[in-house]
Design a protein around this ligand. Structure first.
Ligand code: EPU
Length: 337
């Protein structure tokens, strides 16, 4: 294990922001990880997974710790299902493809989400009607104080919409080192109710889709709407979709009859932030080398060597404008550092 100095974090964040870490190391074994965590001289650490959910607004003065733990294994299986364990540093999409090659169902709707396995429970990643919590079995995490490993069940993770205990009570207290999923081996429960998936399958003439067909449909939809971080720096949805009171929504819909919404409970409604941002006039707006994506207003993009602080300022302007026009507060989904 080697500690390097003054390393650019550009390859380690999907926004492609060229911030510098004063110290940097990458760990590919649990032993190395423990050794690094024992070093007193680095009290401040920035944990780097796939770097797909962060905006670096300045250089980092502490130690950037890249989690590069690899490995996928079947822990147990019976004729109906399998428990599969993936180490935190596995690329998420490659893991999904591995599951599909083994005909293990449950993750196909989550195809092509950037990032690594270890960060998926932190914000309970979700797309096209499925969230990680639906197949999550447990995860292992190292306690940053005691340096002991602890196991978290689904209940203990306290999953919510883009939320978990690792963003609440246990924020910055653990590093997730591996995640177990319970996946189906037959009679897969298909989730094709999300409008665009059904359309995509229909357009391709697929009547009885397999999990592999669903994955292909999701990949096609994502590729048509969301920028690939390899081509244009971005962090997926920059904001969460806000949940507002039904009474507020009823007032708004009078002025904005085309406002889409999803019912959350008897008195709560979720409104797509992308729609609010588009209506606020930001969709496709470019400010020099950064801006708002042309096809999905929820995604802020770095077209070149943008500074994280500029993108952050843009996000604040968007929040302010949405608040002024709709009286709705939209919250960043990405971590601002
Ligand atoms: N919309 C607009 N303008 C836009 C974007 C969206 O009007 O620029 C409208 C759409 O027409 C649609 C509604 O907003 O009526 C919802 O749009 P979409 O289905 O594209 O999904 P989203 O709510 O914008 C969420 C997730 C995405 C996920 C998709 C698909 C959040 C914050 N985002 O986006 O997740 O892929 O649903 O399930 O919940 C991510 O987290 O990085 C991410 C991409």
């Amino acid at each position: 294990m080697q500690i390097l100095n003054n390393i650019s974090l550009k390859p380690y964040n999907t926004f492609g922001i060229d911030a510098v870490a004063k110290h940097f190391t990458s760990v590919s074994s649990i032993n190395d990880l423990k050794q690094v965590l024992e070093l007193d001289r680095f009290p401040n650490k920035l944990i780097l997974g796939g770097g797909s959910n962060m905006l670096l607004t300045k250089d980092y003065e502490g130690l950037a710790l890249h989690i590069n733990l690899k490995g996928i294994e079947i822990i147990s299986e019976d004729e109906n299902s399998a428990i599969v364990k993936a180490q935190a540093g596995e690329n998420w999409h490659e893991f999904v493809l591995w599951c599909l090659e083994h005909n293990f169902g449950g993750l196909e709707n989550l195809s092509l989400i950037p990032g690594n396995v270890g960060t998926t429970p932190i914000q309970n990643i979700g797309a096209y009607g499925v969230e990680i919590k639906d197949t999550f079995e447990s995860c292992e995490a190292i306690n940053l104080k005691s340096l002991e490993f602890e196991n978290f069940t689904k209940e203990e993770c306290n999953f919510g919409y883009r939320n978990s205990t690792f963003k609440q009570k246990n924020k910055d207290k653990y590093i997730v080192t591996s995640v177990c999923f319970k996946l189906s081996k037959k009679n897969h429960k298909l989730n094709i109710n999300y409008g665009t998936i059904a359309n995509e399958l229909q357009e391709n003439g697929i009547k009885n889709p397999t999990i592999q067909d669903i994955s292909k449909a999701v990949i096609a939809i994502r590729e048509s709407k969301l920028p690939n971080p390899k081509d244009i720096g971005n962090s997926g949805s920059f904001f969460k979709n806000p949940i507002i009171q039904k009474s507020e929504f009823d007032k708004l819909i009078e002025n904005f009859p085309d406002m889409p919404s999803y019912t959350i409970s008897d008195n709560e409604v979720k409104v797509p932030a992308g729609w609010l941002i588009e209506k606020s006039g930001f969709k496709g707006k470019q400010f020099g080398n950064y801006g708002v994506h042309k096809k999905q207003a929820l995604v802020l993009v770095n077209y070149g060597d943008a500074k994280g602080s500029d993108i952050f300022k843009l996000s604040k302007l968007i929040q302010k404008t949405v608040k002024r026009l709709f009286n709705i507060s939209i919250e960043a989904e990405v971590n601002i550092l």
